[in-house]
Design a protein around this ligand. Sequence first.
Ligand code: CS2
Length: 484
Amino acid sequence: MTRLVNRNQVPLALRPRYDPSCHRVGIVHLGLGAFHKAHQAALTDAALAKNGGDWRILGISLRSPRAAEQLHPQNGLYTLIEKDAEGTRARVVGAIADAICAAGDPGPALAAMEARDTRIVSLTVTEKAYGLNRETRGCDPHHPAVAADLVRPEAPQGVLGLLCAALDRRRIAGRPPFTVLCCDNLPENGTLLRGAVIDFARRTNAALAEWITAQVSFPSTMVDRITPAATAETRETAARLTGCEDLGAVETESFFQWVIEDDFPQGRPDWDAVGAIFTDNVAPFETMKLRMLNGCHSMLAYAGFHAGAACVRDVMADPALARLVDRHLTAAAATLPEVPGIDLHAYASALVRRFENPSIAHETFQIAMDGSEKMPQRIFAAVTQARARHVDVRPFVFATAAWARHISGATHDCPPYELRDPRASSLRALAYGRSASQIVEALRHAEFVPQDLGDDSAFWDDVIALLDDMLHQPMRDVIAREAA
Ligand code: CS2
């Protein structure tokens, strides 16, 4: 089978409905993973087909060369497969012009960000890659990439270092800055990233910090599309539908949502013409999605993984776990302020249907990754609001205990597994082989737990009792009791 290199190789109905080569690159994207390909690149592709513009994307991966090895030989083309109960659809996306890897040599990435045509630098690098300090809302100088880049800002490897070095080149060249578009699951992601970038710049280059403060916009966004890691089956489906070998194929659900603050001084693609929602305040949408979709995801990933549910759809097929999902969604919704134009009951029902999607194999183990980076905005922030509104915090106690059980490494009822978290070694040290109360005493004062929650003894006492059960009894029994 021939490799996908040209859109004319695939059936007419699956080709991009525009000639990609007629559009120049206007966006540099950092973090070229499946989510970017299924979400921002797919919408940019649709916007190019509809209203054109010089908005193709240069994709940059920061660590692994794999994405570039997949897409560069294919001229950036890849198959986007959408799956839901109604069936499977595919199309070839032409929005990505090329893909490179910045690991080891930031030169090409910096040159691309400095280029006159580049007007947006977008990011999906995952929560842990930024090196943000959420307390100070600046950068975390102890984060490995930030620490290295502060010493050698001229040869950056991390996100903040790359953004600052590229912005400085533009400043010196007298070019307008690019807009920085954070598309990771963080609360007020644009504002948080802005604070971290300016703080990083202040530590290395005061003039740059001033210029960024005055000139660079960092719109916040809420991004949503459930996208499992691509597998051999994804590539087989792509081959069947396109007739080509495609190493960059991705699969996703048909649903997507993108809410964006409209603050793009250098322009942007016509994303609103293809379903993105522009607003001047993303925060309520973002909090809703983080607490309901992502918070519930984290809860069901820890509980489900240890109860033998490999995928989210398996969790939903288990009546006890499905009841805990409903309970979590109801409690999370009750912690939220009003979200303009959204009926939270309908949103929760739609989430349940999305989680049930029988054709998406979204692994609980994948979602369980990086808990120490995810729990604060997904679960811990909800507790503070729940207390203020007299909402029952039990669902959040349960989610926290299930996560603590995950970091404990207990295998009395499941095979050994790897703890994948940027803080894995310190989490293992505080939890491995310890009792429920020892684990909880160490956890509640960790730097990623907000102080008011750390001080909430009633919350942690309940976590201890539940965790003690989870460490000594089969997870399935604990879940059955909890859901009764
Ligand atoms: C998931 C998200 O892996 C995770 O932590 O909760 O990737 C989730 O699937 C997306 O945010 C959906 O938009």
